[in-house]
Structure formats: C-alpha cells, structure tokens
Design a protein around this ligand. Structure first.
Ligand code: FES
Ligand code: FES
Length: 210
C-alpha cells in the first residue's frame, strides 16, 4: 500500500466501488424489522427498515413534528429527544436500536398540570426567536439539569476543580454554555436560553416531570 502511486490507489478504489454497486443492483430489497417503543407514554409497535433513524420514525412515520431536523448529521442538536431520560441526537440513532426504550419528545414534556417548568421558563425569558432549535434546546436542557443534579462534571467543572474548588460550583453561565454546547441556535438566543435554564435550576423544579 505504501508503494502505491496516487493513480493506482484511485484506480483500485474506483474498481471496488463499481463492483459494490453492481452487486447492490442484484441484491434483494431491504428487509424490515419490528420494534416496540414507548413514546411519550404510548406504546408504538412499528415495522421499519433497519436504516430508519429515530428522527425519521418520529417525524415521517408517526407524524410527531415537534422534533426538528436541522443538519441530520449530529451537529446542531435540533433533533434532541430523551431516551430513557438521557439526551440523544435522534438523527444519529437508529429506530430499531431503541427497541424497548422509553422516548420523550417535546410533545411529551408537558403534563396534566401544564407546561414543564423549563417550557414555561423559555416563554418567560423569551428563550427563542424563530423557534426551530427550541424543542431540542428544551429536551437537552431537561436532561442537562438532571445530569447537574446527579453531580456529573463537565470540562468547565474540571477546570474549577483544578483551581482548588473541590465542591461542585453553582450552575454558572459557563457551566450551562459548556453543557449545552451541542445545541446550536442560529438566532443567537443564547443569553435568554441560559437565563431560562438558570431560573429552573435555581427553582429546583427541573425534576418535576419527565
Ligand atoms: Fe440531529 Fe442536527 S438534526 S444534530
Ligand atoms: Fe431560531 Fe434558535 S430560536 S434557531
């Protein structure tokens, strides 16, 4: 391999790709798999191809449009949902891999008592402009606050500990920014998103639901 010229390498790669495509033309249509997910408390038995992402299952098959598709590559966080309470980029997760899991989307956060405290705080603090990122921000924020409650450190916490502050500091703006770094807001509503998250963490109401 080390002795290959660039021309030889490109030739072999092209031949391999062509052989793969020819083989694919004769292969049978993709098979489907059955899986059972609990989504916002409701059981769904679904049959889908193994390549279908959780995001596409939610939006295209179950018509739950609250979860957004931004980049479809794990870069923006718009598709964040909770799987067994943990935040997940649903565009990077195959639906069949979540067989037996409990999924919570933005549609499932509010309860009989009204909005989830973080949803209410986003409204109170104007934590959005166009709203495209908002469902992902809120789902991510709900899980982030629980991670904080459990004492899970972040890169910022590690720096604080190295500076001789052995206890988990207050959930500072720097902590919130670091922990929410996977959720992009193209409208730049970050100051208000941070304010909403800080409000809920100070009220201690983040664990009320979901
Ligand atoms: Fe999933 Fe952007 S759509 S991270
Ligand atoms: Fe528009 Fe965040 S509110 S992208």
């Amino acid at each position: 391999m080390e002795d290959w010229t660039r021309r030889e390498f490109v030739g072999v790669t092209a031949a391999t790709l062509a052989a793969g495509l020819a083989e694919g033309a004769d292969s049978p249509a993709p098979t489907t798999m059955r899986c059972t997910l609990t989504i916002n408390g409701q059981t769904h038995d679904v049959e889908c191809e193994p390549r279908v992402t959780l995001l596409d299952l939610l939006r295209d098959r179950l018509h739950m449009m609250g979860t957004k598709k931004g980049c479809d590559h794990g870069q923006c966080g718009a598709c964040t949902v909770l799987v067994d309470g943990v935040r997940v980029n649903s565009c990077l997760s195959l639906a069949v891999a979540q067989d037996g899991s409990s999924v919570t989307t933005i549609e499932g956060l509010a309860g009989a008592g009204g909005l989830h405290p973080l949803q209410a705080a986003f409204i109170e603090r104007d934590g959005f402009q166009c709203g495209f990122c908002t469902s992902g921000q809120i789902c991510s924020g709900v899980a982030m606050l629980k991670e904080w409650q459990r004492g899970m450190p972040s890169a910022v916490t590690a720096a604080a500990l190295a500076n001789g502050r052995p206890e988990l500091p207050q959930l500072s703006d720097a902590e919130i920014r670091e922990r929410m770094a996977g959720n992009i807001c193209r409208c730049g509503a970050y100051p208000n998103i941070i304010a909403a998250l800080r409000d809920v963490s100070e009220q201690g109401t983040e664990g009320q639901r979901s």
